[in-house]
Design a protein around this ligand. Structure first.
Ligand SMILES: [Zn+2]
Length: 298
């Protein structure tokens, strides 16, 4: 079992907390996705940290430390930070910490090796500054976006103007994701990126349509299998409806533009099917049947 991207993203999003800056969050998730494509599994362990949480951390290993009249001294634990409340970009939702996850997704690895440094490099490409580059004290898990603001400026309420370097998604893919959510209640993220969740939602839609239009008795699970394949219809130029829409949506998402994702099987869809078939070793007849759907969905 390898670590699942969605699991890494979900856990990371949770660990960043709701106080995280949206650009920091988006960039962190993008970093996880890019690393994943390179076979590096990374997860975010922390993001936004309130002043009280910071005080609790600072109090570890410190005798008689209190903040706003409350005692935060905890000598049962070792010192973990030199930053007092307000002295960390985490307190403003502008920093994250990461770690590497073992290939099976089960173990956290904190070794600063080539994988670790590669993640830092991806983070820097996305606009983060890395704690591993600091001259005095190196904080290897730490990435931050300060927007050029000091702690005192942030404490005075100044907001950083962060510009995301994450590419914006494809508008047509966004439209497809919206349609899937409204038509099949799939609840996928509308981000304009074709990933496993969008593909799963398309398969679910396909299964629903086969059950409805062809009385197939498929389990609507979004998984491509022999039953779904066997139930696939043959559709060709002149067809129209939701199955044609799904065909066009998956063709478009895979990079074969049918010249309109509108549920009408016209010449643009036919030629997209042909190009797809040719590229995938199928007879290029422009007619979509079980083998074409299998290549698109499996
Ligand atoms: Zn940090």
């Amino acid at each position: 079992m390898t670590a699942k991207l969605q699991t890494l993203l979900t856990r990371s999003e949770k660990n960043m907390g709701s106080g995280i800056h949206p650009v920091v969050k988006e960039s962190a998730l993008e970093m996880i996705k890019r690393a994943y494509k390179e076979g590096i599994f990374v997860q975010i362990s922390a993001g936004y940290r309130s002043m009280e949480e910071q005080a609790k951390l600072y109090g570890q290993g410190r005798l008689g430390y209190s903040y706003k009249g409350k005692n935060y001294s905890d000598l049962s634990k070792p010192k973990v930070t030199n930053a007092q409340p307000g002295q960390s970009y985490h307190n403003y939702g502008l920093a994250i910490d990461y770690f590497i996850v073992s290939d099976d997704g089960k173990i956290a690895i904190w070794t600063v090796d080539s994988k670790w440094k590669r993640v830092a490099a991806i983070g820097k490409d996305l606009g983060f500054q890395w704690g591993g580059d600091w001259a005095s004290y190196k904080d290897y898990p730490h990435l931050e976006m300060t927007g050029g603001l000091s702690f005192s400026q942030l404490q005075a309420g100044k907001k950083p103007n962060l510009v995301s370097k994450v590419p914006t998604g494809d508008q047509i893919v966004k439209q497809i994701q919206k349609t899937l959510n409204s038509r099949y209640k799939t609840r996928i993220v509308v981000d304009g990126f074709y990933g496993p969740n969008t593909k799963k939602a398309l398969i679910k839609g396909f299964q629903r349509e086969l059950n409805k239009q062809y009385s197939a008795k498929l389990k609507v699970d979004g998984k491509w299998g022999p039953n779904t394949k066997a139930a696939s219809p043959i559709i060709r130029e002149g067809a129209n409806g939701n199955i044609t829409y799904i065909l066009q949506a998956v063709l478009y998402s895979e990079g074969y533009n049918p010249n309109g994702v509108d549920g009408i099987f016209g010449s643009g869809t036919k030629s997209a099917v042909k190009v797809f078939q040719k590229a995938n070793g199928l007879p290029a007849d422009g007619i979509a049947g079980e083998n074409t759907f299998a290549k698109l969905f499996a």
